[in-house]
Design a protein around this ligand. Structure first.
Ligand code: ADP
Ligand code: ADP
Length: 232
């Protein structure tokens, strides 16, 4: 099946001169696939991710996420889709400063119908997987930048989302932590999660099955990395 489908998508920002952040982009992303998005600054990567993450709607064309035309959803439906289907690993998604690492990771589960004990158990499991079990009771300002990023990653993955959107997920990480994060992505991909990762780094993109190159808001080319990275 198709996890995400963009059909002739245009996104125009009107600040004086209109800017077509995306201009006639059509792209299908198969369920369970692993896609990297590359392109120079200003090529439309963030705009694309915001559309796929239902944070924004296109000016023209159609964005379908998990079978739903995003433009036809009301605010509440969009929020639910974001909370249950999509996991965001965005650098701008900040942690709650007064909540501990564990509480931050447990937070998205409030959308789910699970009890407090189960939420904390699941949050602890995710913190363990990102190597932060011993920091569960720390507040964000008691953690390093890289540790905070890993807490945000654990939070993004705690609901086991069908679709993970990551924008420069390893931007601030040291080599070892980056490898852990990319291994975690591979593990989720292996479990059937659809992965979309924006990156400037070739070696990060090469963990995906294909690389979508954007240029000036247009789909420049798709690079197929073959079955080497396929989960099956
Ligand atoms: P692009 O538009 O190509 O994504 P930006 O101009 O947004 O690049 O950002 C330039 C650099 O700053 C990139 O390497 C990006 O990873 C980094 N960056 C962008 N936003 C943030 C952020 N909120 N926190 C830390 N780094 C960021
Ligand atoms: P990338 O993530 O590849 O750097 P963006 O999607 O952030 O690219 O931006 C694509 C184009 O759209 C750029 O020219 C940028 O300046 C413009 N743009 C992005 N967001 C806005 C906005 N909120 N208002 C006006 N212009 C924007």
């Amino acid at each position: 099946g198709t996890a995400v489908s963009l059909q002739n998508v245009r996104k125009t920002y009107q600040l004086g001169e209109p800017v077509h952040a995306l201009d006639g982009v059509s792209l299908d992303i198969t369920r369970g696939s692993y896609t990297a998005i590359m392109g120079p600054s200003g090529s439309g990567k963030s705009t694309l991710m915001n559309l796929v993450g239902c944070l924004d709607t296109p000016t023209e064309g159609t964005v379908i996420v998990d079978g739903a035309d995003v433009a036809t959803l009301d605010d509440r439906e969009r929020t639910t889709l974001r909370g249950t289907t999509v996991g965001f690993v965005f650098q701008t998604f900040n942690l709650m400063p007064r909540l501990t690492a564990l509480e931050n990771v447990a937070l998205p589960q409030l959308f789910q119908n699970v009890g407090r004990g189960e939420r904390r158990e699941r949050a602890r499991e995710l913190l363990e997987r990102v190597g932060l079990a011993d920091r569960a009771d720390h507040l964000p300002n008691e953690l390093s930048g890289g540790q905070r990023q890993r807490v945000a990653l654990a939070r993004a993955l705690v609901n086991d989302p069908a679709l993970v959107l990551a924008d420069e997920p390893s931007g601030n990480l040291d080599t070892e932590t980056e490898a852990d994060v990319l291994d975690l992505f591979a593990e989720f991909h292996g479990g059937g999660t659809t992965m979309i990762v924006v990156t400037h780094e070739r070696h990060v993109a090469e963990r995906a099955e294909r690389i979508v190159h954007l240029l000036d808001g247009k789909l420049e080319r798709i690079e197929d990395l073959g079955s080497a990275n396929a989960s099956d």
